[in-house]
Design a protein around this ligand. Structure first.
Ligand SMILES: [Zn+2]
Length: 160
């Protein structure tokens, strides 16, 4: 999903509206880590860096390996362990945000973009999911669900 959906996903799982900025960063972390590789391989293949066409890019195997690692359970554990060394006070929030990202991507990516949580040990992924940028129903359903959960959290925290 996009950055805003991941932010809402992180908010939904952590229930910490007070840490909204950190939750935004943490819940986008798998994509932040993938981004340098994304641009490296897209530029290497001379693919135009424009939002409109980027989704049509067929990434090379090497890029998919980085992407899948950052979107896997193994990646979650390793990245969270490194995070814990520097910011132990936020490890729990970080882990929940990271997990929320992977859960959302499991249901909003399909085909070779599908999230392989057991990478590199297994190719397991959901077979019925579709890419959210190609499938409006997927994007809308997830967005509405996230909005309802977040409004509920804000009401519970008496923010409105
Ligand atoms: Zn992602």
């Amino acid at each position: 999903m996009d950055n805003i959906a991941h932010w809402l996903g992180g908010m939904a799982l952590t229930g910490r509206p007070d840490l909204f900025f950190l939750v935004f960063i943490f819940s986008n972390f798998p994509d932040i880590l993938s981004a340098p590789f994304f641009f490296y391989y897209a530029i290497k293949e001379k693919f135009p860096i424009k939002k409109k066409v980027l989704f049509e890019w067929k990434p090379p195997r090497e890029y998919l390996e980085y992407y899948r690692f950052f979107h896997s359970i193994l990646g979650t554990l390793l990245i969270t362990s490194v995070f814990n060394v520097f910011f132990p006070q936020y490890t729990k929030v970080f882990l929940l945000c990271y997990i929320s990202h992977i859960i959302l991507d499991m249901f909003s990516h399909g085909g070779f973009w599908a999230t392989r949580i057991f990478y590199p040990f297994s190719d397991f992924h959901l077979g019925f999911t579709k890419n959210h940028w190609e499938h409006k129903l997927t994007r809308r359903t997830i967005f509405i669900a996230l909005l309802i959960i977040n409004i509920n959290i804000l009401i519970r925290h008496k923010i409105f």
